[in-house]
Each structure stands twice: as C-alpha cells, then as structure tokens.
Write a new protein. Sequence first.
Length: 84
Amino acid sequence: MTQAHLYRGGRHEAESAPGRVYRCCACRNSDGRQLGARCPKLSNARHGTWAFAVDLPSLDRRRTMRRTGFATKAEASAALAHVD
Ligand SMILES: [Zn+2]
C-alpha cells in the first residue's frame, strides 16, 4: 500500500527471474533525448516495442543487460528467461 514500494523495483518480483519487461519506443523529446519507457504515447498498445532489462551480477559491479524490439510481451519474457 505504500507508494515508496512502487519505486524500489525488482525486490517484489521474486516469483520469476529477476528482470523487468516493459514497453519503450524511440521517440525523442525536444532536447533530442530518447523518451524510452516514459513516452506518453505508450498508453497506446500499438506504440513502441517490448523490451527487457535484467541486472547481471559481475565480479565488481552490476551490469544491466537490455534488449529492445520485441513485438509482444511474451517474446520479451521468453528472451528474458533465456538470459543466464
Ligand atoms: Zn513514443
């Protein structure tokens, strides 16, 4: 119920592989920066593509692996499941 929880990310998803599946797109704002998952048009289901991001523990620091361009959430989830 606490709003703070929504922004912690990750910890809540213990049921499956650690990682996030989300939609993003290549729209840019007036500064030329990509909006990514923050594009307001993403409320339209046909806008953008699916992507995943997963934190990969490495020897001295964490790396985040990202892949974008999946047509469906299922595809992105399947690809995420194959990341080891
Ligand atoms: Zn967009």
